[in-house]
Write a protein that binds this ligand. Structure first.
Ligand SMILES: Cc1ncc(COP(=O)(O)O)c(C=O)c1O
Length: 412
């Protein structure tokens, strides 16, 4: 009876949504109602190991006791006052982000796409202030920067962009890791180059150190600003605070989001002093941006990442993922490449990765598919080797079932 009730609940959730929620998402038929660490539980009480963390957001896992306490405490004290007044937490969070990134100033917003949008505006404003307006932005093929109009304009995949044209004029794309093409494309008309140090939605593809050096050279020659989008790869995900420093990049602007709030919406544009000196009162704003709740959550996340030693743990568990995923690749014919580091991984398949997602769900593990053939893993940064081992066993079984289908057999 209890089982029947919960099944009805899951069904009614999905029916109600299908009637009243704008249908922009094709969801998996699972209704999650509770989480605990790296585990999620559906409406039927079934347990899943989470290798996705809400697309790289639940950095401390689900229902983290410290984050839960911080949010509850802040909710009891004060949630929001707007940016018309001071509150004690925004400066503290900005200082912490500055220590971590080397970029001294932060502008707070509510999501990754807004952080990118802010960086694009600040790049334009920088050149306007210098009385040398520049509109051209160079982006990379395979890039993803978000869904608002500016971020969309520098996002590669045409199926995201085409229905919303005309977009920002001046966006141009060059192939990732093609040094010659980049150096040729950048000129004194280029306001900024925008890159993801590791392309996430594009299939977990790191930029090469040679390309990072070419970006530096192109910026130096042309004066163009560098925007390193670390919305997905930043804040510990790769086992380093940011992947741009691993590549030796020196960005002027760094959008962050996702992991920063551990699930509470917050984004930030981290800004160099050189750019900050050319931004003025009224140039940008956000009603919610950097409110007390979001800042308190983000400070708690940074406490765990930095003082709690979580970034170093990610590097350690990341080595375990590296080993295990490479052994899966050597065993499974359909896995043609494994890319990534820390807790950001892509398994590039010889087949469409779409059916792997439900096959993994059936076996109690959550992953997603990106760039058609890639199974992407972005586990909570708190995952242990023991949980990772069990989750990867389940994923391996799902890949085995896919291989079986490829060989003309049954999925199970
Ligand atoms: C690199 C990158 N930039 C920007 C975004 C947009 O972030 P959001 O979905 O929080 O707006 C994403 C989202 O996946 C991303 O991966």
């Amino acid at each position: 009876m209890a089982q029947e009730m919960t099944m009805t609940t899951a069904e009614s959730v999905q029916t109600l949504e299908s009637r009243h929620v704008l249908q922009t998402y094709r969801r998996q038929p699972v209704t999650f109602v509770r989480g605990d660490g790296v585990r999620l539980f559906d409406a039927d009480g079934r347990e899943y190991l989470d290798l996705l963390s809400g697309i790289g957001v639940a950095s401390l896992g689900h229902a983290h006791p410290g984050l839960t306490r911080a949010i509850a405490d802040q909710a009891k004290t004060l949630l929001h006052t707007s940016n018309l007044f001071f509150h004690p937490l925004q400066g503290q969070l900005a200082e912490r982000l500055s220590n971590l990134s080397g970029l001294p100033r932060a502008f707070f917003c509510n999501s990754g796409t807004e952080a990118v949008e802010a960086c694009l505006k600040f790049a334009r404003r920088y050149w306007y202030t210098l009385e040398e307006p520049r509109a051209e932005i160079i982006a990379l093929e395979g890039s993803f920067h978000g869904r608002t109009m500016g971020a969309l304009s520098v996002t590669w995949d045409e199926h995201y962009r085409k229905p919303f044209a005309p977009l920002l004029p001046g966006a141009r794309f060059v192939p990732a890791n093609d040094c010659a093409a980049l150096l040729q494309a950048v000129s004194r008309n280029t306001a900024a180059i925008i890159v993801e140090p590791i392309q996430g939605e594009g299939g977990v593809r790191p930029l090469t150190p040679a390309f990072a050096a070419a970006i530096g050279e192109a910026c130096e020659k042309s004066g163009a600003l560098l925007i390193a989008d670390e919305v997905q790869s930043g804040l510990g995900r790769t086992g380093n605070p940011f992947y741009f420093s691993t590549l030796g990049m020196k960005p002027h602007l760094v959008p962050v989001g996702k992991a920063l709030g551990g699930g509470v919406p917050i984004g930030a544009a981290l800004v160099s002093e050189e750019v900050a000196a050319r931004i003025f009162y009224g140039d940008h704003g956000s009603t919610y941006g950097g409110n007390l709740l979001a800042c308190r959550a983000a400070i708690c996340v940074l406490d765990e990442l930095v003082e709690g030693g979580l970034i170093a743990r990610v590097a350690e568990v990341g080595r375990y993922f590296d080993e295990r995923l490479k052994s899966i690749r050597s065993k499974r014919r359909i896995v043609k490449d494994v890319r990534g580091c820390g807790l950001m991984w892509g398994l590039d398949l010889t087949i469409d990765a779409a059916p792997v997602v439900p096959a993994a769900l059936e076996r109690g593990v959550i992953v997603n598919r990106t760039a058609e053939t890639v199974v992407r893993l972005l586990p909570p940064l708190v995952i242990t080797e023991a949980d990772a081992s069990e989750a990867l066993n389940r994923l391996d079984a799902a890949l085995g079932a896919m291989e079986n289908v490829e060989n003309g057999g049954q999925a199970n």
